[in-house]
Structure formats: C-alpha cells, structure tokens
Design a protein around this ligand. Sequence first.
Ligand code: MTE
Ligand code: LUZ
Ligand code: MOS
Length: 772
Amino acid sequence: MKNHVDAAFHTRGESLYVDDNPEPAGMLHVAVFGSPLAHGTIRRLDLSAARALPGVVAIFTAKDIPGQNEVGPILKGEVLLVEELVEFIGQPVAIVVAETPEIAHFGVDLIDIEIDELPIVVDPRVAHANGNFIAPPRTFAIGDVDAVWRDCDLIVEGQCEIAGQEHLYLETQRARAIPTEGDQVRCYSSTQSPYAVQSACARICGVPQHKIEIDVKRLGGGFGGKEDQATHWACIVTMAARLLRKPVQIVLNRIDDMQMTGKRHPYSADFKLGLKKDGTIEALDFKFYQNSGAAADLSTAVLERTLFHATNTYRVPNARIYAAACKTNLHPHTAFRGFGGPQAMFVMEAALSKAAETMGIEREELQYKNLISDGDVFPFGQVVEDCQAKICWDDAAETFDLAGTRKRIEEYNATHTATKKGFAVMPICFGISFTKIHLNQASSLVHIYTDGSLSVSTGGVEMGQGVSTNMAEIAAAELGISRARIKVESTNTTRIANMSPSAASATTDLNGNATILATNQILTRFRAMLAPELGCAEDAITFKDELVYVDGEPTEWSWEKVVEHAYLNRVALSAHAFFATPRIHFDSAVEKGHPFAYHVYGATHFEVTVDCLRGRYEIDAVRMVHDLGRQINEVVDLGQLEGGLAQGIGWMTLEELAYDEKGRLLSKALSTYKAPDVFSSPKKLEVKMRSTENPAGPRGSKAVGEPPIMYGIGVYFALRDAMRAYTARDFPYDAPMTPERVLMSLHSHFLDDPNAARETAPAGEVSEAVAE
Ligand code: MTE
Ligand code: LUZ
Ligand code: MOS
C-alpha cells in the first residue's frame, strides 16, 4: 500500500501551512472585535483607546471597506463587518491591525461598544413560528401521503432534537495577504474554496477578480468549516493589506474561532411514519426546523441535502418532507461533513426505531425489509440504479455474523441487570454531486518537464482527505508512470480559474476526471508522434511501467525518451482540461430531477455496553462494510472511513454545544467541549472495503469523504437498544447521547418519584454494577 503523499512531511512536522512560511518583512497582525451581544443596533463604538495603543497601526470598520460590504456565498445580504445591526455574538465589527498579534488583541480589549439590545431568538421553532426564515421553506413529495395513512396498520410519531457540531480542524482559521503591484494582492488562505475567497476579496476591495490571487497549499482540516467561512478572514487581511500596502496576517485563536464561526446546523424535527403489519413502510411525513443562525451562509444548500437524504436508504412510496431554514441569533451555521444529510438520516432512523419498539421487534428487521433496490424512486424523482444497499447489508450480516451477535447480546442481557449491551446496524446511502448543479465542474493543468517529471494543478484543495495523493495516483496510472514523478501543486487561482469548493465529497471525482482528460490529450499527441517512428497505428500504442508498448509488446521507448523526443519535436508537453459531470439535472420548481451522479452505500454494526446505573458506556466493536468502487489508494480510503466514523461517533455521543438564552456559546474551548479521542474510540474496529466498478467515477472509483460520518448515527441507536434492555420506558430521540443523557434518561423520573427507584433497582443489581 502506498502512503498519502504528505505522510513524510506530516510525520516530520515539515508540512507548511499558511503561517509556517517565513514572515515577510514588516508583516502586521489582525485581531477581530466581535459583537458582545447577539442582537441589537450599535449606538456607540469608541475606538479611541485602542487607536492610542502603541503598536496599533490601524483599525478598520465597515466604513473603510473600499468595495461592497458583502460576503454571502449563495444569497446576498451577508456583511463582512457590521454596519449598525449586530445579529450574533462574535460577529466582526472592527478589525485591529497591529505590529504583533498580542498588541492587536490588547487593542480589541480596549474597544468600547454600546448596543441597544433587540429580542434574541436561539430556538428554530420560535423563529419558525415568527416566520423568520433565511429563504422560503421547501417540500419534497412523492405519492399521496394523506390518502394512505388509513391503509397503515401502525403509525408512529415523534420529535427529535439534533445537536450541531464544532468542526475542530486542528488548524484554526487563518490567512496571510501580501500586496504585490498596484492594487493587487496575493493571499494565502486556509480555505476549501479558493475561488469563493478570490471573488469575495475582489468584491470587498472593489477590484476585478484578476487582481486577487489566492493560493492554498494545504489545510490542517476543513470538514466543511472552511467551505465558506474561511472567506471572511481572507477578506479581512486582503482588504487591510491593500489599504496599508503591508503584508497582513490573521490567525484566529481557538476561542475566537469557536465563537465567531458557525458549525453543523442543529435541527429540530417532527416525524410521522406509517407501516403495514409486515413492517413495510407506506408513508412518512417529516418536518425539519433547521437552526440556520444569523446569516444565510450555505444554509439553503445544506437544507436541500436534508431534503434529499430524509429517506436514507429506504423505499418510501409516499413521502412529504418539509424543511425550513430558520433564522436565529447564533453564528451562521455552515457546511459540515454530510451537509444536512446526517441530521435527516438521524430522523429516519429514529422513526424506524420508534416503529420497531412499538412492534416489539428488532430495528434491523424493519431496516432490512425496507432497503431500496434498483428501480425504486427517491422522493426527488431519481431512479435507484446500481444499488449496493442489500449487497452491503448482506455482506456485513454474513461477514460479521449479525444473527450470532444478536444472540450473544441477548444472552448477556439475560444474565446482567445493571449493565446492558446494545446493538444497531447503520446502513447509509449518500448522493454524490453538488446539489447546486453548476458547481459540478472542474479543471486540471498538467505540465510535463523535459526530465519527465510532472506538475499537476487542479481546483482540489488538500485538507488531509488525500486529494493530492489521489491526483498523483490518477495521473500516474493514466500515463503509465511512477507516482514519484508527479508533484501536485498548491491550489492557485492563477492556474485554475473559477474552481468549485473542495466539498460534497466530489473533489477527486471532478478534478480526477479533469486530470484524466488532460493526460489523455498528452497521450493522444504522443501516439501521433510515435506512430510513424514505430511504424504502427496510433491505437496500437499504450503506455505502461514507464515504457511504450505496441500491440501489448514492450518497445525501447522509455518515458524519458518519449518526453525528450516530444520536446525536441516541438510537441506540447502541457495540457489543460475541463470536466463537467454528465447527466445530472434538477428542477426546483417541481423538486424533481436526477441530482446525483451516483450513490455511495455501506452498512456498519455497532455493539456497546452501557453501565445503566452510572450512565457510562463503552463501544465494544464497530464492524463496517463500505462500498468504494475501484479504489485509487487504500490508505487514503481507510483514513477517510476511520476518521469519518470517529467524527460521527463524537457527534452522536460526546460533543455538546451549550448556548445560553442570550445566544452565548458556553462550550467554546476544549475544556468545555469534549471531542472524541482514543478512549472514546471503539475497542474493536473491523473495516471491509468493498471494491466494485463505478462507471461514474474516475478510474471506476467512488467518493469517500463524507459518507462514513453517517455511520456514527448507529452508535446512538445501539446505546438506545442497551438502555431499552434495562427499562421499557420511552425517552426522547435527542442527540447527542452523552453519558449524562443516558443517566438522566434512565433515572430522572426518580427525581419525581423516589419510591420508583427502589422498585426497579434491587440491591443485587447495584452491587453488580459497582463491582464492574
Ligand atoms: N478528511 C480530512 N482529513 N480532513 C478534512 O477536512 N473533510 C471532509 C472529508 N474528509 C475532511 C476530510 C469533508 S466535509 C469533505 S466534503 C471531503 O473530505 C472533501 O474532500 P473530497 O471531496 O476529496 O472527499
Ligand atoms: N457543498 C455544496 C456541499 O455547496 N453543495 C453540496 O451539495 C454539498 N454537499 C455536501 C457537502 N458540501
Ligand atoms: Mo464537506 S461538508 O462538503 O466540506
């Protein structure tokens, strides 16, 4: 197996990030003054004390913006710096530029503000009742929901509260801007979206886009948090660099980063699910209340993916899915791995769970019975093709002995009263393609130098997910040469124009396909050049193992000889190519279409043990079968599967964003926000990577970035399964299932009725749990 191309640099600490390059002379530093209140109008802003601080070079507010004060990625109306109205705590109001970061932060502390407070809304249902939307709500529908309820043998209803999630990229938001000639600026940004940064910087500075160059070598993690929300910081330093004619850098500290930037959207949801006696799903009616935060950001696109994934991997002939982006006074929530899909799938799994509990059967019986297959239709009109849902489920059931596991757990639970084991299967089905159709485009620029080494530039941003490794693998395989010959360049707006964000798990698909087109242009030229030399037809020539083959027979033409020959004969050694995903379309007037190039599938088993007296639990085992198409690099894929799983488990079990009613984030440091670590990882992890051919992916591969996070939902239902083995009580479908929530779910009724405790927890059980 071959490593990630950055592996050696990373392990030696030699990888360079934005602020690791040597500081340009005279570089200045920025700290941001954010609103102390969540909603109100600024009455007075006093910058005089900060201005007087030695070492403070300038303070800028909205008035100083040379161009337009506008950074909205989809909908307009999102300001970079507050003009009068503040809408969330931490919203940037003024920027202090100083000789050192410390002085800049001192300067921020000296700013005085008075705000006339307005009513603060933090609950999406309240915003919904007030009609406070980011955009008009949307509904996806199929069949006739209202007509079929009467045919259902069982109808279950419920409500879910699903928490958000902090991205917690190791590298906080940062950018460095360097003025070049005239009013031009080069900006190094930790962004997933160099073109979004370029266009926003140009708008803020009031200059044409070609005056702004954005360069991105790599990110210390993005996870969606830098798909759009890296833009603001890059704009701030680019504007300051242009105004002051000096290099300017910003590096957010962790607390500012957590307070000022948005997270995974919390959702509140209502579900109603109708089934036949045999467990077949007849109908569902879901309502999603997305907590969008104070600005649109990407919320409408995230909401769209919630609508697309509400039925997860199940056949639902009659469905009505309503979703509203509700405006609240929290930081604008944004892209996060899965992009609204995970929240939707959680609700579907909760509805199935409630149905199974009501019917007195295992959840997996209902799941399996309703898995989609070829020819079924998603509520948005796309017909299921090349379906791997049952294949993955059956593979996991057999490989990991589903029946045996259930039996083992039943036996354990029959002989233990205070600790209980639980089990759940989490099947996933995730659509690949940006749901905004126009974003499904990419380009690639390939240069071959005369020594046979290559430089590959694409719009793909390396954020740890391995896109540079994949680009190198793809180019090497297409040209039939060693990966060692290839260098994948930084992502730069002067080499690749108008690139889409590196997101939607589609980066390798889009940029890999563009790279294949570029390398094929070069190979076509080589064939035309070599055919007369070799006295053969062009299509008899192939390239493999750094050699030219004719009709499958090796020749004496090595890669280096071909390249040198091309150069001397004035054959172009560079190519630029463009790729646009074929076939996809969507009509939002009727909410139907074929938005996804294909789907990714898998099924994962979770086995947990819960200490039902203390609320603590352990994840005994996670066993995954995941569908990857023809793999490009197994190490990269495994890293994505394990990393996504861990992140999903964290979201569902530990990570709790606490806000007060004033919209203040209480958990804004790693001392109060618990992230998953080696202790919360499953004690046993088995991963089976399924390799099949995917005609829609580059070299037959499938995207892998986001889907595995959704497996994490399984741990929630495994915990619930264990808790239900302890008590037949019902408890809400709210996430995350922290140990505290386990404890309170099992025992909080004792607070109302202390006698209940004695009835349900005999002395013997207590000593058993304490002994363990
Ligand atoms: N893996 C690492 N190590 N770091 C990241 O920031 N982001 C995730 C996923 N895996 C991320 C990651 C998200 S949100 C997405 S959309 C994809 O990677 C983006 O990359 P891809 O399109 O190449 O899969
Ligand atoms: N970003 C985006 C995404 O702009 N559109 C999408 O469909 C998407 N999907 C997943 C993650 N990011
Ligand atoms: Mo990922 S949420 O598409 O950056």
